[in-house]
Design a binder for this molecule. Sequence first.
Ligand SMILES: [Zn+2]
Length: 506
Amino acid sequence: MASKYYLTTAIDYSNGEPHLGHAYEKIGADCVARYRRLRGQDVSFSIGMDEHGQKVAQSAEAARADPRAWVDGIAAQFQAAWTELAISHTAFIRTTEARHHRAVAELFRRIQRAGYISEGLYKGYYCVGCEGFKAEKDLEQGRCPVHPTREIKWVEEPNFFFEIGRFRQRLLDLYASNPDFVQPRAKLNEVTNVVAGWTEDQTISVSRARVPWGIPWPDDPTHTVYVWFEALINYLSATGFPEEGYEALWPADTHVIGPDIVRFHAAMWPAMLMAAGVEVPRQVWCHGWINWSGARFSKSAGVAVTLRDIIDRHGPDPLRYFVLREVPWNADGNFSWERFDVRYTADLADGYGNLVSRVLAMVRRYTGGTVPPDGAETPLDRAGDDLIAGYRAAMDGHMLHEGADLAWKLVDRANGFVEERAPWQLAKEGRADQLAETLAALARAIARVSLLACPYMPRRTHAVWSALGLPGEITRQTWEALERPPTGGASVRALAPLFPKEPKTG
Ligand SMILES: [Zn+2]
């Protein structure tokens, strides 16, 4: 594995409170970041806020707030949510920051200098909800189908245009030569079809007149850069571009995004970078939607359940585990209270939590609180070896739901091993050697599960790690002991119930 890994999520639109859809994307990317750090990669992980555009200005106005104060307030809410959910980002980029303005101005200057910008008159329908132009054929009864309550406007204005059609062939070559550029494959096919349908003289408008809440167009302050194009550049701004040294991070290794913005990330963004002579990202990963009663979590869908309610149900770590286990990281899935409660009880309280509490109790009762010396290899160790091989393959390919599934197979296997070996029976019969071997194998299995589960539940796995009497925290060094964690001789400590049946936060 290469040592540097630069991972990003889409930046969130400053238009309301964070909801589960926002959280899901951060949690998944954070799991990738934490796993890769354990594997020894130097991970930079950038998230942030998309703070410009007409819709933000209108929301601020509706709230009788200055746009700057409005976006500050929203950014603070998002950051508080990410702290609570233990998101381990290394950069939080806001598009109103000077470092972003500088990167945007420089990138467009380079595109302009290379001769890919022309001036012209834009005429068309504009949906403020989408912040996008619409063709007549896109409208339903004269309205945007996504925003049927908004008045659609006919706009005529001078704009700057990006000659994107000139990159048609280079983009098609990129997709053909690197079929992993967009994942999952169906999304690559979607983008390939869109780009194949372009003409060589196709242009797209990349500036706005009369939209003051934005980044001024380089050398023409009567225009601002169209918010969609400006927002994409955040991935570069977060590296320090155009300052020297940004190439230490760039190109991005993975852009994690929702499936609705794949064209922006997999077609327009690489075309902009090609025009400016900057390397294109290595991969665009589209996760699916997390749905609530069949509708996706979003502000406009009017979902009545808040992120606060969802976190409070069982706490941040169980939420992280649940969404990554329940919703495939490459497809759509559902959130429901019922499923959340079922998995909390079965996988966490009765699964991992019960395994940990009974093994710690037996070590205290039968071997005086000290894990017996690392004994012979048992069938439980060998079952773990097989599962771990599958786990690595799944996680290297970003299949987070499969990684969680395999880690929990080891939990089930270990709980089964307790029943098979019946340590209480061994103690009663005075078979000290077998008892010691059994408890040592179980302690190793708990250490292994905690390593595998750490990217999903960083706080609770650390609590288990220290209750097992293992020194320090779970790090890259401890991960290297995954094959046979040296638990023998450790002094276990008491641990409050990890997953109490009565809902509790923490
Ligand atoms: Zn719309």
